[in-house]
Write a protein that binds this ligand. Structure first.
Ligand SMILES: C[S@@+](CC[C@H](N)C(=O)[O-])C[C@H]1O[C@@H](n2cnc3c(N)ncnc32)[C@H](O)[C@@H]1O
Length: 212
């Protein structure tokens, strides 16, 4: 298996040339993202890639921190930030299992297409919960490999073995729900973004924390 940073560094240029994201775009995912950012002040974009999503939401929030294991992705994110003249985003490259400490709490944590890639999803979710304010929300988008068709699973697993895809966790919808539950989150809203990849998009809130 290829190390995550090496894999994503090797994909960064192509990813940057192809990635397009717009909050105004008609998709349910983008509309719901904008809606959930309405009262957000500080946002963490974990696994931010080339910063495309951070840059699109920058005008809606006060402050964004974008973290990614790939320093090449962060390089493109910095380049795009400079081109856009945006000054409320801080991008930072981090280690594969690094959980930075922040002075402030976040209102929204984005973990879009990344939870299946981290070495320790449970530890990552525990960290998300710690850095989120009590009223904050976690928005994730995660493919559920175990629920894909057998043909699709075989294709993805072969790609992983050949180094053409990163190593990913084999979540099912149920195991992902259980993991969120064990990590102290409940799902407030959910829908399937892609049938082929059984891609679950959901907004999660912390359980049992005092509000206010
Ligand atoms: C599929 S891309 C998603 C990018 C962006 N979140 C989006 O939805 O368009 C996955 C990103 O997660 C990053 N990533 C993978 N493993 C990571 C880890 N352990 N910690 C932080 N970022 C990671 C990759 O470098 C890559 O930029």
């Amino acid at each position: 298996m290829v190390a995550s940073a090496t894999f994503w560094d090797s994909r960064a240029e192509k990813y940057d040339s192809e990635f397009a994201f717009s909050v105004e775009g008609g998709s349910q995912r983008n509309r719901r993202l904008a809606e959930n950012l309405r009262d957000a002040r500080a946002v963490l974009d974990f696994g931010c890639g080339n910063g495309g999503i951070s840059l699109c939401i920058a005008e809606y929030v006060d402050e964004i921190v974008g973290l990614d294991v790939s320093s090449k992705m962060i390089h493109f994110a910095e380049q795009r930030k400079a081109e856009a003249g945006v000054d409320n985003i801080t991008f930072q490259a981090i280690g594969e299992s690094e959980f930075p400490i922040f002075d402030t709490q976040f209102d929204v944590v984005l973990g879009l297409s990344v939870l299946h890639l981290v070495p320790d999803p449970q530890g990552t979710l525990a960290w998300f919960r710690n850095i989120l304010g009590s009223e904050g929300c976690l928005i994730i988008e995660t493919p559920c490999l175990s629920d894909m068709s057998l043909a699709r699973q075989l294709t993805v697993r072969a790609a992983m073995l050949l180094g053409a895809a990163p190593s990913i966790h084999s979540f099912s919808y149920n195991s992902l729900r259980d993991l969120l539950d064990q990590s102290g989150f409940f799902i407030e809203e959910e829908f399937e973004v892609s049938r082929k990849d059984r891609m679950l998009w959901c907004v999660c809130k912390s359980k049992g924390l005092p509000s206010g």
